[in-house]
Each structure stands twice: as C-alpha cells, then as structure tokens.
Design a protein around this ligand. Structure first.
Ligand SMILES: [Zn+2]
Length: 183
C-alpha cells in the first residue's frame, strides 16, 4: 500500500546480490536486518531477512491488537476514501511500515542477533538515527568484529574495526568475497 507516491521502477544491484551470496555461503549463520522498505533484497535471493522499518508493499490493519495479518498489496491509494477497511474489525488499513515515532519491527530478534553475532557488517547507514546507530556498539560489546561499508564515514565511526569507503554496489562484492574466504 502506498499513500503518496508510486514507487520508482528499481532493481536489485550488486550489493543486494553480494549479500544474498553471503547468505548462501553462511546458511543459518547469516542474518540480514534492513531499514529498506522495498523488496530488492528478496528479489536478489535473500531469505533470512527482517525489515525493521516494515515493507511498503504490505498492508495491515491500523488498529493495535487486531488479529488480522499483513498481506501483500501493491495497489496505490490516492484518496482517503479509497483506503479499504480491515475485514475483521473495520478499522482503516495502513502500510506495513514504521512511521515516525513508532518502534521498529522485530527489535527483540535483532537485539538477540546482535548479542550473538561474530561479524557485524553495516552497509550505508549514517550512524545517526537510533536505534540502528547503536547496533554496532551492542555487537562490539559482545566481541563481534565490526565492518562498515558506505560512501562516507558514519557518525559512529569509532565503533567500527574496519571502514571501507565507496558505493555499496561497487565495494561490497569485494568485501563479501574476502569475508567468505576467512569465515
Ligand atoms: Zn483490524
């Protein structure tokens, strides 16, 4: 469900495919947490993935506690009158995305993964926005090796063991190849 705009026609890039290949190499030892609300990681082949900010192509009931489940929905609603209501409780439906001020999805699972991971690979985030900005600090506190890949130094640079500057689509495939060799 999208309330404001049509999504641009975008496709997975080399960074998405690199992460999917890392998952194939690591199997159950791999976990991907993304802030993206698109489905490009899935298109590239990622399966062990959580969208902490939700999925724009899914719709759910707006009433907290309603038992209806989110469902895939690529329709575009331009007017409030066009927005359908929940078949179970009659409340308005809404996109399955995290709006400003809302708690991100799957935080319990993400925090557990951060406590147990041995390598944390962070791609392209600013290091400014919480809670994601604290993920590296948590992983490092639990002795993980921490790597950042992105176009510019993140605000939380001090918590990374290794920083690789560059566009993810250009440098991530090489970083993933090196990681796959040492893991
Ligand atoms: Zn409902």
């Amino acid at each position: 469900m999208s309330l404001t705009t049509n999504l641009p026609a975008v496709t997975a890039n080399a960074a998405h495919f690199a992460l999917a290949s890392l998952e194939r190499a690591l199997g159950d030892h791999f976990f991907l947490c993304t802030q993206n609300v698109d489905s490009l990681h899935e298109q590239a082949g990622s399966r062990r993935i959580v969208h902490m900010h939700g999925c724009l192509m899914q719709t759910r009931c707006s009433r907290p506690g309603c038992r209806s489940k989110p469902f895939n929905d690529e329709r575009l609603y331009l007017k409030r009158a066009e927005i359908p209501t929940c078949p179970q409780c009659g409340a308005l439906l809404r996109p399955q995305v995290c709006w400003f001020g809302e708690v991100p999805y799957s935080m319990e699972l993400i925090l557990e993964q951060l406590r147990f991971c041995t390598v944390l690979l962070t791609v392209g985030t600013s290091g400014l926005v919480e809670p994601a900005a604290s993920f590296v600090r948590i992983a490092r506190m639990h002795d993980a090796r921490t790597i950042y890949v992105g176009p510019e130094e993140p605000a939380n640079r001090t918590f990374f063991d290794t920083v690789v500057l560059g566009k993810a689509g250009e440098v991530l495939p090489k970083v993933v190849r090196e990681l796959t060799e040492i893991i």
